[in-house]
Design a protein around this ligand. Structure first.
Ligand code: PYC
Length: 335
């Protein structure tokens, strides 16, 4: 049958979209969510592109499917879908998915207020607060995060040579702090950040091939996201970022995996202590609260276990049809 129907609940986490798909789940093979993610990428990526790209989505679109857990002690397993791919982990996606799943009755946690979620990148423990039918906030304790490399350089047309670090927080991030050729995100437009990021990410891939690979899961590799920093809008915030992903997206939320990578980078450089709150602003000024919960190691690297707290809102119900026979753009497009 060429016509597939997906019932979805749409919401946003601090401004960035989250589309939880309730029906139409592909039957994925694997003993872990990492294996199932790889099966999805091989056989079912058209579902992601159909639901995330135009005309059913847009540059920033992101979403998830809920699956039963592999370990009965856990509450559920998650597959993230996004314009940039099926991510190993997504922080804003987690906060949005939990909010939607609890409010819409898609998930009944074993212990109310606490959830154990199997992400492709590993186990994520979650706390949330609910008042009546609304979820007020969600706090996730993320996978181990670490600073993978520092003091790297790349040439960026227009800007010149840029220094950057690479940190992992569920995805690998190249982090650009203000420096001689880049004064900070407060001084450049979103479209310029996108333009620079497209070129810089390609150059990183060419200059540092296969250099960033997760020590325990080789399917997680390469710098996929860029995190540019700069002055905060609110003087009470600790930092502000513009996270680039996909082909043209700037995260509207402060980015959960980006925040985790940032905490790992700052902690490794002695600029953030365990237990200290880090109020992270997004490009549009929305905030997450990050914190280094524990110090640990990963594959020989000093690492941290970060937490990220934020909120999400449900805004609509969406039944989406992908009809391969009838619609030339059934699998989506991007320009
Ligand atoms: O919140 O982790 C995140 C995320 C990744 C890409 C966009 N948002």
């Amino acid at each position: 049958m060429s016509r597939k129907t997906f019932e979805c609940v749409d919401g946003h986490t601090c401004g960035n979209p989250v589309r939880v798909v309730k029906t139409g789940h592909p039957n994925l093979i694997g003993d872990t969510m990492s294996e199932k993610r790889q099966h999805f990428i091989k056989e079912y990526d058209w579902i992601r592109t159909g639901l995330m790209f135009e005309p059913r989505g847009h540059d920033m679109m992101s979403g998830s499917f809920l699956y039963p857990p592999h370990n009965p002690e856990n509450d559920f397993a998650i597959l993230f879908i996004e314009t940039s791919g099926a991510l190993p982990m997504c922080g804003h996606g987690t906060i949005g998915t939990i909010t939607i799943a609890i409010q819409e009755g898609l998930l009944k946690p074993k212990v109310p207020g606490k959830i154990r979620m199997e992400a492709p990148a590993g186990l994520v423990e979650i706390e949330y607060q609910q008042t009546a039918e609304k979820v007020d906030w969600v706090k996730l304790t993320n996978v181990k995060s670490y600073l993978a490399a520092q003091g790297l350089t790349i040439d960026c047309p227009e800007l010149g040579e840029l220094n950057f670090d690479v940190a992992y927080g569920g995805n690998f991030y190249a982090i650009f702090d203000p420096q001689e050729n880049f004064s900070g995100i407060q001084d450049i437009s979103a479209s310029k950040i996108v333009q620079y990021s497209q070129v810089v990410r390609e150059s990183i891939k060419e200059k540092y091939p296969d250099q960033f690979i997760h020590p325990e899961d080789q399917s997680i590799r390469n710098v996929t996201h860029l995190l540019w920093t700069g002055d905060t809008i609110d003087p009470n915030s600790s930092g502000r970022n513009a996270v680039f992903y996909g082909e043209k997206a700037i995260d509207r939320s402060p980015c959960g995996t980006g925040t985790s990578a940032r905490l790992a980078q700052l902690h490794a450089k002695g600029k953030l202590q365990k237990g200290e709150d880090y109020i992270h602003e997004s490009f549009i000024g929305s905030t997450f609260i990050g914190c280094v919960e524990e110090e640990t190691t990963l594959g020989g690297f000093p690492a941290i276990i970060p937490s990220v707290k934020g909120w999400a809102k449900v805004y609509g119900y969406n039944t989406i049809i992908i009809d391969e026979e009838d619609d030339p753009y059934a699998h989506g497009f991007h320009v």
